[in-house]
Ligand binder design. Structure first.
Ligand code: KDG
Ligand code: MG
Length: 402
């Protein structure tokens, strides 16, 4: 089965998405997500200028060989742009293989290990009271696991607080908007938020929290310790993870489970974290970590050390990524949880999909392939709209981690 054509589709049904579509001489096609929030066109160019020309004429069934060709053949290994481009090709090829076999991708991987994929949604409010209400709303929607984020007194533009309610979208401006970060205010505030959440909602619901890279290792250790009475499912990205060894310090100070990896793009980014059991959940995704082929390797390494998966699933990962992720999640033996931020109705219409939500679990459906399509005519009605992620400064004006 030869690859006869491939194209990149950039569309903005409420937010920007980059999708690769690969066509074959057998009339089958596959799609893959290539969206890198705020840097979309760099991946589109990488695919169009450097990847598509070398795909034409190749055997679409040779997924592993094409992965190796693109990874080794680039000479410049790893990095978010390269690995998102490779991921898009890989996902589209798994989609094609599933369609050729008449099976959903989870069947090709080895079949379902579970009946459904536990997901967590995002509840966020302007203050503690509002966040407590929003968590209640997610419980009513059937969620068994909920991430809670709140506005913080003294912090302008706290991470994770939506302007509307359901669809948190941080890439909000053509040039990065500026937020202000205050670590002391946050460290004093966060335990109060979870104290109230447990008082009102009890301990049957799983609660998660994203620190979004804001703390130093010792501060992260202290927060993890202060949150221990509230039994979090995880504390995410508590400190930047380029220095994987930094997590040794965090780990010494707390038993709060740790999740890291949404910005990783390679197994090498998490090797020490996994092998030294410094984390409990690895958050690498199909789209930013080289596709299903590379995610399989990361998950297999993680399984040796009882680290479970907890893939990123914010709105900037398209339904094409979600479909692939859910097929992976249904199969992967050491699954933990899947993030699930709902897309807008416009996005769902551009990407018709087979996955469904029921009582806190998603299922990928049983359509052949990844179970997600793209309506190109509809996509063309939503032109690219440049948007970047915010930046963060400390109260004295110095740059910090957003
Ligand atoms: O593009 C950035 C978002 O995907 C990120 O801020 C979301 O941290 C995030 C999460 O956990 O969903
Ligand atoms: Mg996060």
């Amino acid at each position: 089965m030869k690859i006869t054509g491939a194209k990149v589709i950039v569309t903005c049904p409420g937010r920007n998405f980059v999708t690769l579509k690969i066509e074959t001489d057998q009339g089958l096609y596959g799609i893959g997500d290539a969206t890198l929030n705020g840097r979309e066109l760099s991946v589109a160019s990488y695919l169009t200028d450097h990847v598509i020309p070398v795909l034409i004429g190749r055997d679409a069934s040779r997924i592993e060989d094409i992965w190796q060709y693109l990874y080794r053949g680039a000479y410049w290994r790893r990095g978010p742009v390269t690995m998102s481009a490779i991921a898009a090709v890989d996902t589209a090829l798994w989609d094609i293989k599933g369609k050729a076999a008449g099976m959903p991708v989870y069947q090709l991987l080895g079949g379902a290990s579970r009946d459904g994929v536990l997901v967590y949604g995002h509840a966020n409010g302007n203050d503690i009271e509002h966040t407590v209400d929003e968590v209640g709303r997610y419980i009513e929607l059937g969620y068994k696991a909920i991430r809670a984020q709140s506005g913080i007194p003294g912090v302008k533009g706290a991470y994770g607080v939506a302007k509307g309610t359901m669809y948190y979208e941080p890439a909000d401006s053509a040039l990065p908007s500026e937020t202000v970060w205050n670590t002391s205010s946050y460290l004093n505030f966060a335990p109060k938020l979870f104290d109230k959440l447990r008082e009102v909602h009890g301990y049957d619901v799983e609660l998660l929290h994203d620190v979004h890279h804001r703390l130093t290792p010792i501060e992260a250790g202290r927060l993890g310790r202060d949150l221990e009475p509230y039994r979090l499912f995880w504390m995410e990205d508590c400190t930047p993870a380029e220095n994987q060894e930094a997590f040794r310090l965090v780990r010494q100070h707390t038993t709060t489970p740790l999740a890291v990896g949404e910005i990783f793009n390679s197994i090498h980014d998490c090797r020490t974290l996994i092998q030294e059991q410094l984390i409990d959940y690895i958050r690498t995704t199909v789209v930013h970590a080289g596709g299903i082929t590379h995610l399989k390797q990361i998950a297999a390494l993680a399984a040796l050390y009882q680290v479970r998966t907890g893939s990123h699933g914010a709105t900037d990962l398209s339904p094409a990524c979600m479909g692939a992720a859910l097929n992976f999640d249904l199969w992967v033996p050491n699954f933990g949880i899947q993030e699930y931020m709902r897309h807008t109705e416009e996005t769902d219409a551009v990407f018709p999909h087979a996955y469904t939500f029921d009582d806190g679990y998603l299922h990928p459906g049983n359509e052949p392939g990844i179970g997600v399509d793209i309506d190109e005519a509809l996509a063309a009605k939503y032109p690219y709209d440049p948007k970047q992620l915010p930046v963060a400064r400390l109260t004295d004006g110095a740059m910090w981690n957003w």
